[in-house]
Design a protein around this ligand. Structure first.
Ligand code: UD1
Ligand code: CA
Length: 458
């Protein structure tokens, strides 16, 4: 069920397209479900901003049905009726209960089938049950349920019940479809509540059972931004625990922000306040120092990222050293054992094996060979205001400090560029290019000026 607007979020974005752990709520739920059934057997009920939701998760291979008007969770299931013909049993998940684990979904299915129930609900006892539907069991120790009562309809006595309905269910298809049209909207929200089916099925002498989740946190819903951030925190705590269990050292893990899909190899060290986002992959034996923010990048093994680096869609090969304060923008491809140092910005650059650009440099649209030394303050002038041009620096070139390389330009193998040159023409291999005005020294000029000043004061 993913058709709701998420009014309580006060957001322009539909609820299921909010993120926790850098991953859409709905993607979390689909990924979990897809480990229990095949994607083509997953039907996503969309409605509010349906096109956006469909576009965001379409690649997972699920099917969609449209609930054009959102008249409640019961109504959502009515909308899915046709798409679900041919199934004997149906698992229902909520698009806004994202931490659900595949094992738990499988557990609900197994419990449901073993009990031959008409309806099975997954429950939990969270620290704060306020806002959730409560579960009325036939007796305290019975697995059978009498009814689900929504928060707004709770009597004073029912208000004390701490067992909540997670919004995750299994249904016997026949029992679901023969009863669903009997739902009414005589409630606080004037909606068709799927939860009302519990009492309705019990009345029809059908079996409704409940199974508690192992931990409450995996069934918590995200109805408000604050709840969303709580879930984000739980998710990320779990993520760093998983990485540590796999041999990654994460210092002060509570300060580190790591997205769902990030992979990190064993024996890598992550220092406090590091952020790793998106599809980032980091190899073994690396050290990622504090305050580095790395997105969608691929870092091989034994790489050191010194403090304060920003990497976005970059690749870094084995043994390279980056930072402090380097900015590797999309298309940066840093070779084995290369060094990129302080205040160096790179974009669409291949920096070859063992090459160095250690200080205050901009390298954009460049192909740089191996063993190249890029002096402090070097700049590739890649943009003429209309087009971007390529700078080619072949193996073993030495670029003196404060040089500007006006692209398109090639520095041939083994060439040498004198410091502070403005290079506009290609430099042949093994030659020296000097492109700066010649220096003139005026003998005694400074002394004469000083003496003239002292004379004037007297
Ligand atoms: C629901 C349950 C409540 C349970 C809670 C658990 C009902 C009436 N109540 O309440 O017992 O404790 O979940 O999180 O079901 N949706 C649609 N179409 C609609 C309405 C909702 O697809 O017309 C979707 C929403 O996008 C959401 C899910 O159904 O993903 C749950 O809806 P929501 O409004 O959040 O229900 P709760 O008030 O949380
Ligand atoms: Ca909800």
């Amino acid at each position: 069920m993913a058709a709701g607007k998420g009014t309580r979020l006060k957001s322009k974005r539909p609820k299921v397209l909010h993120e926790i752990g850098g991953k859409l709520l709905l993607t979390h739920v689909i990924h979990a479900a897809a480990q229990v059934v095949a994607p083509r057997d997953i039907v996503v009920i969309i409605g509010h901003e349906a096109d956006k939701v469909r576009a965001a998760v379409g690649a997972t291979g699920v099917r969609f049905v449209l609930q054009a008007q959102q008249l409640g969770t019961g109504h959502a299931m009515m909308a899915a009726r046709e798409a679900l013909q041919g199934y004997d049993a149906i698992l229902v998940l909520s698009g806004d209960v994202p931490l659900i684990r595949p094992e738990t979904i499988g557990g609900v299915r197994d419990f449901h089938l073993a009990n031959r129930a008409a309806m099975t609900l997954l429950t939990a006892i969270p620290a704060d049950p306020v806002g959730y539907g409560r579960v009325l069991r036939k007796s305290a120790r019975s697995t059978e349920v009498k009814a689900i009562v929504e928060q707004k309809a709770l009597s004073a006595a029912q208000n004390k019940i701490r067992e909540i309905n997670s919004g995750i269910y299994a249904f016997n298809a026949k029992d679901l479809w023969t009863n669903i049209d009997r739902l009414k909207t005589d409630n606080a929200h004037k909606e068709y509540y799927l939860t009302d089916l519990a009492a309705m099925l019990v009345k029809a002498k059908k079996k409704v059972v409940a199974i508690p989740a192992q931990t409450a946190v995996e069934v918590l819903g995200a109805n408000t931004i604050a709840e969303m951030m709580d879930l984000d925190r739980s998710f990320r705590e779990n993520k760093v625990r998983q990485l540590m269990a796999a041999g990654v050292s994460i210092y002060r893990p509570e300060t580190v922000t790591i997205d769902a899909e990030v992979q990190v190899g064993a024996d890598t060290i992550i220092e406090p306040f590091v952020q790793l986002f998106g599809n980032t992959r980091i190899g073994e034996d690396c050290r990622i120092r504090s305050y580095s923010v790395i997105s969608n990048s691929e870092i091989a093994s034994a790489v050191t990222i010194r403090p304060g680096c920003i990497l976005d869609e970059a690749r870094v090969a084995c043994g390279a050293i980056i930072g402090p304060y380097s900015h590797l923008r999309p298309g940066s491809d840093i070779g084995e054992n290369a060094h990129v140092g302080n205040f160096v910005e790179t974009k669409k650059v291949r920096l070859g094996k063992g090459s160095k650009a250690n200080h205050l440099t901009y390298l954009g649209d460049a192909e740089i060979g191996s063993g190249v030394n890029v002096g402090a303050g070097t700049i590739t002038c890649n943009y003429d205001g209309v087009n971007k041009h390529l700078t080619r620096i072949e193996d073993g070139v030495f670029v003196g400090s404060d040089s500007t390389l006006v692209a398109p330009v090639t520095l041939g193998k083994g060439a040498y560029v004198a410091a502070s040159s403005c290079i506009t023409d290609d430099v042949p291999a093994d030659s020296l290019a000097i492109a700066r005005s010649k220096q003139t020294n005026k003998d005694g000029w400074a002394r004469a000026k000083r003496e003239a000043r002292t004379a004037a004061k007297k």
